[in-house]
Write a protein that binds this ligand. Structure first.
Ligand code: GTP
Ligand code: MG
Length: 238
């Protein structure tokens, strides 16, 4: 029965001739890409990207031996690193965010789709944090970027759209360049800017960090989510 059916199909489409397969073979990767893109979009829309909090670390840990890509989120304290991760994953409180700077103190690993990690880091350089806490967090970040067994595969540096780039950000950019870690900028909290001058303002911030992909974003309104996801897709290669 099946044989008859498939044979008829073969005859109808001329597939019995081996040359008939060749043009179709060229289309297959394109179909595959389209299909994968489509399902990823659907998952984001439905907030069903599988996420699992693995653990928070403060130094050497077995998780660094895993071969899965790490996408890290870095930035000044209170800039919205944890909120950006929540917005990207379509969750409200997966990652704890807070109006009090210094909320995230450990290096938190989230396993996404069982294939790659989002890494939420503590913030740096918040003047109102006690010196001791600031120094401890700074050391933790430097360890992760330059001394750990494995470096992040890609880093998003998050800037505050109202504040722009600070000396602390510049210091971090230099470190990333020295360590040859690829990075992009997310300009977060654009909802706080006046609509009329938003574009110009963000462009000015981005222009200061020439040659680096730069994404306007709002964790509050979720604006910019798609563009950031497209960038992530380029670096997870799974
Ligand atoms: N208006 C607005 N507020 C935001 C946005 N993103 C974050 N926030 C607020 O900024 C504050 C800090 O957010 P977090 O996500 O905790 O910031 P963080 O960078 O993880 O902070 P630390 O863990 O302390 O370094 C919270 O009160 C958030 O609600 C945004 O896009 N727009
Ligand atoms: Mg945080």
């Amino acid at each position: 029965m099946i044989k008859t059916g498939s044979r008829r199909l073969i005859e109808m489409h001329g597939f019995s001739n081996i040359h008939g397969y060749i043009p179709w073979l060229f289309f297959l990767p394109a179909f595959d890409t389209l299909y994968r893109h489509h399902t990823m979009e659907d998952k984001k829309q439905m907030h069903t990207i599988p996420v699992e909090f693995v653990r928070g670390i403060i130094g050497t840990d077995d998780i660094m031996k895993k071969r899965m890509p790490q996408i890290a989120f870095l930035g000044r304290s209170n800039v919205g690193k944890s909120s950006v991760i929540n917005a990207l994953l379509g969750r409200k409180n997966l990652v704890k965010s807070s109006a009090t700077p210094g909320k995230t103190q450990e290096i938190n690993f989230f396993l996404i789709e069982k294939k790659y990690y989002f890494v939420d880091l503590p913030g740096y350089g918040f003047a109102r944090l006690p010196n001791k806490t600031r120094e401890k967090l700074r050391k933790r970040i430097v360890w992760y970027l330059s001394e750990a067994e494995r470096k992040p595969d890609f880093v998003f540096i998050i800037l505050d759209a109202v504040v722009g780039e600070t000396d602390h950000d510049r210091e971090l950019l230099e470190l990333l360049k020295t360590e040859r870690i690829p990075f992009a900028i997310i300009v977060n909290k654009i909802d706080k800017l006046k609509k009329s001058s938003q574009k110009e303002h963000v462009q000015k911030i981005c222009a200061g960090i020439e040659g680096t992909p730069c994404f306007p974003f709002s964790a509050k309104t979720k604006e910019g989510r798609e563009a950031v996801w497209e960038e992530i897709q380029r670096h997870i290669a799974v």
